[in-house]
Design a protein around this ligand. Sequence first.
Ligand SMILES: C[S@@+](CC[C@H](N)C(=O)[O-])C[C@H]1O[C@@H](n2cnc3c(N)ncnc32)[C@H](O)[C@@H]1O
Length: 200
Amino acid sequence: MTSGHGAQEWDSRYAGSDRVWSASPNAWVHDTVGTWTPGRALDLGAGEGRHAVWLASLGWQVTAVDLSAVGIERGRAGARGAGVDVDWVVADVATWEPPDGATFDLVLLAYLHIQDEVLSKARGWLAPGGTLVVIGHALRNLTEGVGGPSDARLLHTEAEYRAASEGLLVEHLGEVVRHLPEGEAIDLVLVARRPLGEQS
Ligand SMILES: C[S@@+](CC[C@H](N)C(=O)[O-])C[C@H]1O[C@@H](n2cnc3c(N)ncnc32)[C@H](O)[C@@H]1O
């Protein structure tokens, strides 16, 4: 399991509350991706679907994968409410494969506490010119920030993100601070593009 939690834990976390995450996209994801030309997008660890629904409303053709059926069901309801279509998939991203070898112009991982092998698979699902966009909690957040997992194995370093970008053109790698009422949360972000003209 890549998350440190299984489907049951996430299901009960989602079932126990109206909404665990905000309905709107993360601010950095919004500012980074919001102006891009829509194409095919893959949202890995989509949760309650806030990014998938938002991307679909911008015209992206979105596949959203999460191991929590409760999270995906909430995403489905959100898409219905917004009048958009998303291809919802309940699956473990560690074992899931895109149908028919599909590739994507955008692969998004937002706070999916991934292991290296998921990132390297995600790299392989990029279409030529496609972009990998990752946001997670920085390891530094454990000692200097607020919120986020307290298990260091679920936190990320620049070296880890750089290694995950092998063969891609890194357009941005660094920290982003979220200002919360209780203090500053330190995230680590990556934008890395697959070179054009490369065969998969
Ligand atoms: C912190 S939440 C983030 C949700 C969403 N990306 C967002 O930003 O609102 C992490 C999500 O990853 C999902 N997840 C964790 N491990 C997974 C795995 N191996 N396969 C698919 N989904 C996974 C969980 O079910 C949970 O919904």
